[in-house]
Design a protein around this ligand. Structure first.
Ligand code: 13P
Length: 240
């Protein structure tokens, strides 16, 4: 089953537009089969989007590295959970680059999120092997069951004027990530952890990734901000 994650980043700029986008995806997504769809809006919008029955899951885009101490401006994993989030994105390349998030900090956030009962979407970029080694340090096999890894270099992100990674290169990246997981954990963990790709994935190029790259899902930015485009992308994934 493909895991498709919509990362809305700091969009849309009003709650009304966020609700309208979410509802229009939700109305048409409920018929999709064999595909797990997670929408990660700005966390402020979560309470308004988590009402009612939905085939769409929700996630946060970041969380604090500790749940139980006072941290100005931070959002604890337990808060995300109480607002209906099942997942959280951690280690996104934009946060690594522009907010100087380090592997050590991301490692603490992953532990905090897992402890708080969230599933983790762990993003890695160019320094894949080191980011995996440091980011997953001290995390047990039980935690790994609730974690997916996304290969998403900053240079592939559409809004960074990037271009997508070639599907043939992605296959190698997946093998590299599985190899790193096998060394750190076990063959079973390496096979079980879902490995996704993110970076300029849209309704037009999704087919090339599905066929050639063998990824377990995708992290989608820009193309998830338009319901028609995102629905077309989801339908292509459903068909496989
Ligand atoms: P784009 O799909 O717009 O390239 O964004 C990718 C991304 O950063 C998702 O996390």
């Amino acid at each position: 089953m493909q895991l498709i994650i919509a990362n809305w980043k700091n969009n849309p700029k009003t709650l009304a537009r966020a609700k309208s986008l979410f509802l229009s995806i939700r109305q048409r997504a409920h018929k999709l089969k064999n595909i797990e769809v997670v929408v990660c809006p700005p966390s402020l919008y979560l309470p308004e989007l988590s009402v009612g029955v939905s085939s769409l899951k929700l996630g946060g885009q970041d969380c604090s590295w500790k749940d139980s101490v006072p941290l100005t401006g931070e959002i604890a994993p337990s808060m995300l959970k109480s607002l209906g989030a099942e997942y959280v994105i951690l280690g996104h390349s934009e946060r690594r680059r522009y907010l100087q998030e380090t592997d050590a900090l991301i490692n603490r956030k992953i532990k905090s999120a897992l402890k708080g009962g969230l599933k983790v979407i762990f993003c890695v970029g160019d320094e894949t092997r080191n980011q995996i080694r440091r980011g997953l340090d001290g995390i047990g096999g039980a935690g790994m069951v609730r974690l997916a890894i996304v290969y998403e270099p900053l240079s592939a992100i559409s809004t960074q004027k990037g271009s997508p990674v070639a599907p043939s290169e992605l296959r190698q990246k997946k093998a590299l990530i599985q190899n790193a997981l096998k060394q750190m954990f076990s063959r079973a963990v390496a096979q079980k952890v879902r490995i996704l790709y993110g970076g300029s994935v849209n309704e037009k190029n999704i087919k090339s990734f599905l066929g050639a790259a063998g990824m377990d899902g995708f992290l989608v930015g820009q193309a998830s901000l338009n319901s028609s485009r995102f629905l077309r992308l989801l339908r292509a994934c459903e068909r496989g």
